[in-house]
Design a protein around this ligand. Structure first.
Ligand SMILES: Nc1ncnc2c1ncn2[C@@H]1O[C@H](COP(=O)(O)OP(=O)(O)OP(=O)(O)O)[C@@H](O)[C@H]1O
Ligand SMILES: [Mg+2]
Length: 233
């Protein structure tokens, strides 16, 4: 579905990603785990065409994404939820959802506000409130729901659990489970292993811009030494 090969990315003279290979299969939930500054957001931004790789390939659904404009990448069925929650503060929750609407994609379920409210019941309750007057957790949910209104085949989520109250993290976990059931492919950048372990089946560990380990989440969880050596020293 999404395939990265030998990706190098630099900011000026600083090399931030080095020779990154990564695969997200159809319907898979894949976690990209790494500390602050490891290069997670840079990787997602490169896939979306917001940064340009100096070497390597990015393919989505068999098509080469290099050099394409971000809006075209988005229209080709790749949804992106960046780290900072960008809701339209003056529009209501319902209007924010409408703003994300794109035509349905053949072979995939079409998202409607009604279906999204089933997955995000708390958004249904606040549908008439302006985006600027809801909590950070609700804004995070709304940003994801608005992205789904574009009927993507795959979504990139940048630290969706960050800064959320534990109760909201539980909702986020159930929501990602529901998206997986709908056949979406998901790449999740995370620092929160507990959250990632509840939703992802594959793991890539990134440190200083290199993929250091890749395998099944179950194998990662079973190996405490592995976790210590890469994440929690
Ligand atoms: N616009 C920029 N110009 C120069 N360097 C940058 C820029 N943005 C990020 N970097 C550097 O690139 C590296 C990777 O940053 P990135 O934001 O991708 O990390 P991250 O894994 O998403 O971290 P976090 O968990 O804090 O979000 C860091 O060393 C960071 O300082
Ligand atoms: Mg980041």
């Amino acid at each position: 579905m999404l395939s990265l090969r030998g990706l190098d990315v630099r900011y000026g003279r600083a090399q931030v990603l080095t020779n990154v290979d990564l695969e997200v299969g159809q319907g898979q939930v894949v976690a990209l785990l790494g500390r602050n500054g490891a290069g997670k957001s840079t990787l997602l931004r490169t896939v979306m065409g917001l940064l340009h790789a100096s070497a390597g390939q990015v393919a989505f659904d068999g098509r080469d994404l290099r050099g394409q404009e971000p809006y075209r990448i988005c229209r080709s069925g790749l949804g992106y939820v960046p780290e900072d929650r960008r809701v339209f503060t003056r529009l209501t929750v319902a209007e924010n959802l409408d703003a994300g609407r794109l035509p349905p994609r053949p072979g995939l379920p079409e998202w409607t506000p009604r279906r999204l409210y089933e997955i995000f019941p708390n958004l249904a309750e606040i549908r008439d409130r302006p985006g600027g007057q809801i909590s950070g957790g609700e804004q995070q949910m709304l940003t994801i729901a608005r992205t789904l209104m574009g009927n993507p085949a795959a979504v990139l989520l940048d630290e969706p659990s960050e800064g959320l109250a534990p109760r909201i993290v539980g909702q986020m976990t159930r929501m990602i489970g529901a998206l997986k059931e709908h056949g979406l492919s998901i790449l999740l950048a995370e620092q929160n292993l507990r959250f990632a372990s509840q939703v992802a089946e594959q793991v890539y560990v990134i440190e200083t811009g290199r993929i250091l380990w890749h395998g099944a989440m179950a194998d990662f969880l079973a190996d405490a030494d592995l976790q210590r050596s890469y994440l929690w020293v």
